[in-house]
Design a protein. Structure first.
Length: 257
């Protein structure tokens, strides 16, 4: 017989604590600052900060200083690491519990009542444009997706190139001011830029507001190759977040996988 492991994996010990579980649940849709987590959880700031520190040290939560105000820090789930570690834990318990993450797909959402989603960044040139293309690619007609900016410019050539590598064509996209969508209703308004979050307008019917704190790839790297790599990394992060969000939305709507 194989030797019996008496100690549960570290991941299970980390998730078993009620407050840490609540922190991870609060960060599931998007990124939050400590003050926002404290308000959402109704717990003392020092206690929330302590458990955030443990989650960061475990690699399950990442932190990033805000581009809008360096005094602020946004916390986010490390979705890829959390998923991979979770699956490894199951496999340790029994080989039959192995799951191939590559085979996991977002649920099919209803086309009769499509979700309306707006991605917002500052210039509507890279992050929000790639997010729009990716969500349309993953969700098809089940989502009406748009993007806009608080200071629109033009779609960045490297964003077009990074999407083309994924066989997603955004070359016909144009940068739009967020005011173009004033008065429209959305199910989700997702800011992908810290500065845009600070000036994002209020939309009717109280859409679900989510923030993803992502650095501007246009400002990263000294060479063309390094900048393009930054765009590809941003596309990868957006793809992961969007697929997880679609799965979360599907679960909330009772969609069967």
């Amino acid at each position: 017989m194989a030797s019996v492991t008496t100690q549960p994996p570290d991941l299970l010990k980390m998730l078993a604590h009620e407050l840490r579980w609540r922190i991870l649940s609060a960060l599931s849709p998007g990124d939050l600052r400590v003050g926002e987590l404290v308000q959402a959880l109704g717990e003392p700031a020092n206690l929330v900060s302590y458990h955030l520190k443990l989650l960061r040290e475990s690699g399950l939560v990442a932190s990033r200083r805000s581009s809008a105000d360096a005094r602020d820090v946004y916390y986010s789930l490390n979705l890829d690491r959390l998923q991979a570690t979770y699956f490894r834990v199951g496999e340790r318990l029994h080989p039959a519990l192995h799951v191939d993450a590559i085979c996991l797909k977002p649920p099919e959402l209803s086309r009769e009542w499509p979700l309306r989603v707006l991605f917002v960044c500052t210039q509507n040139s890279a992050r929000s444009q790639m997010a729009e293309g990716l969500m349309r690619h993953f969700a098809g007609e089940a989502v009406e997706v748009y993007s806009a900016g608080s200071q629109p410019s033009s779609v960045h050539p490297l964003a077009i190139r990074a999407m083309a590598e994924r066989t997603i064509d955004i070359s016909s996209h144009r940068s739009k001011h967020v005011d173009e969508f004033s008065g429209q209703t959305f199910d989700y308004v997702i800011t992908v830029c810290d500065r845009a979050r600070e000036v994002c307008p209020v939309f009717p019917d109280q859409p679900r507001e989510i923030h993803w704190s992502l650095p501007d790839p246009a400002g990263m790297g000294d060479t063309e190759r390094e900048r393009y790599h930054a765009f590809k990394q941003t596309a990868d992060q957006l793809a992961t977040r969007i697929q997880f969000l679609l799965s979360l939305v599907g679960e909330q709507k009772g969609v069967q996988l």
